[in-house]
Design a protein around this ligand. Structure first.
Ligand SMILES: [Zn+2]
Length: 273
């Protein structure tokens, strides 16, 4: 379901999903502005980067602190994914607090996180890749994942929802929000990627558009479809419709800027009390 996310500029730029808010879910998707990073990473950047020029880890940690404290958490409450385009989802708890930010507490790539304990703030990142935040308000279970094209092909969003159900959530009560990411208006992809999706399931053809001889992938459509397969109701899946590639003023984009750019984050957690 498409819904307009609420865009706020103070104390930093971010988006809120009305569907998640209605479920009393503490969450947000960050945008570009309001952080402390400079240069290519200006300014609300959540990853040091992988190019020759990197942002300082101090800046990255400070940006996490700003987001966490605004949400009623501390930076020590953050459990941050260790993203490698894997299909790995981990259940985390309070023992992960204080470890997730500086020292990733995982022995391998972990692109999905689920949690049912209070006081843990889950964090996933993207700069064109889809970030998905999930919450079951009845059973108080939250989840988050990073779903680039590989994760989307492997249905990591569905795996994350099912992992939530394994610790007490019920699919019919899960609401999900799809953050700013590369959309089919801009996300031109190659033939190989098309073949990979079709090799998995010919019905995946529905997620590709052919315009002027070029292929465009609807990542969000594929994520929604995977979540529906996991049992989520269509009306409980909120797609903000925000494209990171063509909205330069608001979002970082790998497609637009390569490695010399910042990375946005999605946060979700169950507050204490
Ligand atoms: Zn676009």
């Amino acid at each position: 379901m498409r819904e307009a996310f609420i865009y706020k500029t103070a104390p930093f730029s971010h988006l809120i999903s009305p569907t998640l808010e209605k479920a009393s879910c503490c969450h947000l998707f960050t945008c570009k502005d309001g952080g402390v990073s400079e240069g290519y990473f200006k300014s609300f950047n959540f990853a040091a980067g992988s190019g020759e020029l990197c942002d300082s880890w101090e800046n990255v940690v400070e940006n996490h602190r700003l987001a966490a404290e605004y949400m009623g958490f501390t930076k020590e409450d953050i459990c941050r994914s260790y993203q490698t385009h894997s299909l790995e989802v981990r259940v985390v708890d309070r023992s992960y607090r204080g470890k997730g930010l500086v020292h990733p507490p995982f022995d391998c790539g972990v692109d999905g996180l689920v949690c049912k304990e209070e006081g843990v703030l889950l964090s996933v990142r993207g700069a064109d890749c889809v970030t998905v935040l999930l919450y079951d308000g009845k059973n108080r279970v939250c989840g988050a994942c990073h779903s680039g094209w590989r994760g989307t092909l492997g249905k990591i969003a569905a795996k994350t929802a099912l992992s939530m159900c394994a610790i007490g959530a019920e699919a019919e009560h899960i609401v999900a929000a799809i953050g700013p990411s590369a959309r089919s208006c801009c996300y031109n992809v190659g033939e190989e990627l098309y073949e990979s999706f079709l090799a998995q399931d010919v019905s995946n053809r529905a997620f590709f558009q052919n315009r002027d001889g070029k292929l465009y992938l609807d990542l969000q459509g594929a994520v929604v479809s995977a979540l529906e397969e996991a049992g989520l109701k269509e009306e409980n899946i909120a797609d903000g419709g925000e494209c990171s590639i063509c909205n330069e003023n608001r979002y970082f984009s790998h497609r637009r800027s390569g490695v010399l750019r910042g990375t946005m984050a999605g946060f979700i957690g169950i507050r204490e009390g």
